[in-house]
Design a protein around this ligand. Structure first.
Ligand SMILES: NC(=O)c1ccc[n+]([C@@H]2O[C@H](COP(=O)([O-])OP(=O)(O)OC[C@H]3O[C@@H](n4cnc5c(N)ncnc54)[C@H](OP(=O)(O)O)[C@@H]3O)[C@@H](O)[C@H]2O)c1
Length: 188
């Protein structure tokens, strides 16, 4: 299973503008890239906070993709569960991936947020990372990964400037053998 993490960040590594969720601060080119890569995948994995911010819960879209949404509280989302399209799970990342492989999925997108990026990286389950760096800095906001003592080594594969303002799209391969936990950190 090939997992591709997709993230938009400021120059200083923030994925939200302070407490505010959503993507009002990202460029048109980043939205276009996200649309394009979503079309190339039929599996999306995210945390419940990103799910709540990304979708109108009154009118969930009719989707041809499987969305796996991680939560500790499946009953809270029982009304949104639609097998094959929107599935809520409290399984750990390895169990999630094993289950998806058994169902025939070969690749998927990891759409965040910080806690889900961190979990999958710590579990050595991310293969590729696309990062959009917007030419901005936010003093406050969530970071791409959580503040935990670990290191991930990457290899840069592509660099593209996508607009005149200076939004940069980067593609990295994760050097999975080199993810280092500096001390005991929670894995599930
Ligand atoms: N700039 C970007 O590219 C980008 C991308 C994605 C998201 N975002 C932003 O990031 C923010 C959300 O990030 P976040 O880190 O706060 O939240 P998140 O990762 O989207 O979701 C966190 C939730 O996931 C569930 N979860 C986490 N670990 C779990 C585990 N081990 N087992 C089961 N469920 C687990 C929990 O849900 P329950 O509370 O339901 O138990 C937790 O509250 C939003 O503001 C969003 O707009 C930005």
């Amino acid at each position: 299973m090939e997992i591709t993490m997709v993230v938009a960040t400021t120059l200083n590594g923030k994925i939200t503008q302070g407490d505010k969720g959503g993507s009002s601060w990202t460029s048109k080119e980043d939205s276009e890239f996200l649309d394009k890569i979503e079309k190339q995948n039929n599996l999306i994995i995210m945390g419940s906070k990103t799910f709540e911010i990304s979708y109108n819960l009154q009118h969930l879209p009719v989707s041809d993709k499987l969305h796996i949404i991680m939560t500790h509280n499946k009953s809270k989302y029982a009304n949104y569960q639609k097998n094959g399209y929107f599935e809520f799970t409290d399984q750990n990342p390895k169990e999630i991936i094993d289950n998806l492989v058994m169902r025939g999925y070969k690749k998927g997108l990891l759409l965040g947020g910080s806690s889900i990026y961190t979990l999958f990286l710590l579990n050595n389950l991310v293969d590729i990372i696309y990062v959009t760096i917007e030419p901005k800095m936010f003093g406050l906001g969530k970071s791409v990964i959580e503040t935990l003592p670990f290191e991930v080594n990457l290899k840069l594969c592509e660099v593209k400037q996508v607009n005149t303002q200076g939004t940069i799209l980067l593609k990295y391969k994760v050097n999975k053998g080199t993810i280092v936990q500096k001390q005991e950190t929670p894995l599930e």
